[in-house]
Design a protein around this ligand. Structure first.
Ligand SMILES: C[S@@+](CC[C@H](N)C(=O)[O-])C[C@H]1O[C@@H](n2cnc3c(N)ncnc32)[C@H](O)[C@@H]1O
Length: 289
């Protein structure tokens, strides 16, 4: 631990933020690399005469901040950590940085299932860092979860995250193409969730460079119209869901109506578009028969 006066630290912090970037990214840097949480930071302003202890020196922190600003590298990749709901997850450039809007999927599940104590089986398709499945496995210790990803490197991160977040064993990981690893779960799922790659090709080409140059294409690109993977997931879902089993999908801001139609064509009932916090129809849900 390195000690530094609070006054010197606050001066340095102001200088870094004056170069650009946002407070949230800077807080991630301070927490993950410097060992100073947002809570500690708030206390500093109250006790400016105190001494502060850092895990790494200011030069090291500054070099990461400069890298973030000059190359647009996401701070989460530079620090190797992303915060999502109450989870602190390891991330590398093999996984999508889990987004705040996706956090709402967990609330949708809470709304549908409440605080159920009975055993259920859920599946997540395209787990990436494992965020969604881990949050559910922790919230529902009696549920059994299975999660897939096509990319073994991503799955390795998800597995590490599950081990780091919990001592539970109610989540298993499988590598493979969408439903393929779930052959033995046909007709057995109470709930399936996916935040699949859904960005249409022309939109993908125009994504900001901090996304396009750093995050995995396989996690973002959804074919010409963005719906390639959503179509495949919906078409096979009836084989795997129990009667009255739920499917929850995240989609692009303008895909809700199309996804709703696809679900209806596949005989889903109670189909509904659910808005995210900015009022965008970000999720489409349905119940199989
Ligand atoms: C948008 S990311 C979502 C990651 C994570 N669930 C989240 O919400 O942050 C989509 C994930 O689907 C995976 N994926 C892409 N194509 C796939 C396929 N054909 N089968 C299984 N997983 C796939 C990607 O590797 C990526 O991890």
């Amino acid at each position: 631990m390195l000690s530094i006066s609070v006054k010197e630290f606050l001066y340095w912090k102001k200088k870094q933020l004056s170069k650009g970037g946002d407070h949230q990214s800077f807080a991630v840097l301070l927490d993950c690399i410097g060992g100073i949480s947002t809570f500690d930071l708030n206390l500093l302003s109250i006790n400016p005469k105190e001494t502060l202890y850092l895990k790494k020196n200011l030069e090291h922190l500054e070099s990461i901040w400069n890298d973030h600003l000059s190359n647009s590298s996401p701070i989460q990749y530079l620090c190797g950590i992303a915060f999502w709901r109450d989870l602190k997850l390891k991330v590398t450039d093999k996984v999508l940085i889990p987004r705040p809007e996706t956090e709402l999927i967990i609330d949708i599940v809470f709304k549908i299932f409440g605080k159920q104590s009975q055993k259920l089986t859920f599946a997540e398709l395209g787990t990436g860092s494992g965020a969604i499945s881990i949050a559910l496995a922790l919230a529902y210790p009696l549920w059994d979860g299975i999660a897939t990803d096509i990319d073994q490197d991503a799955l390795d991160i998800a597995i590490k995250n599950f081990i780091n977040c919990s001592k539970q064993t109610n989540l298993k990981f499988y590598c493979g193409y969408w439903w393929t690893p779930f052959e033995s779960f046909k007709g057995k799922l109470d709930l399936a969730i996916s935040n699949p790659p859904y960005i249409p090709k022309d939109t993908y080409e125009k994504l900001p460079k901090e996304v396009k140059n750093f995050e995995p294409e396989i996690a973002l690109l959804g074919g010409e119209d963005g719906l390639k993977h959503i179509r495949e997931i919906i078409q096979k879902a009836p084989l795997f869901l129990k009667e009255k089993g739920w499917l929850i999908l995240e989609n692009h801001f303008d895909q809700g109506e199309k996804v709703k139609q696809l679900l209806i064509e596949s005989k889903f009932k109670s189909v509904e578009i659910v808005n995210d916090l900015s009022g965008v129809g970000r999720f489409t849900i349905g119940r199989y028969k």
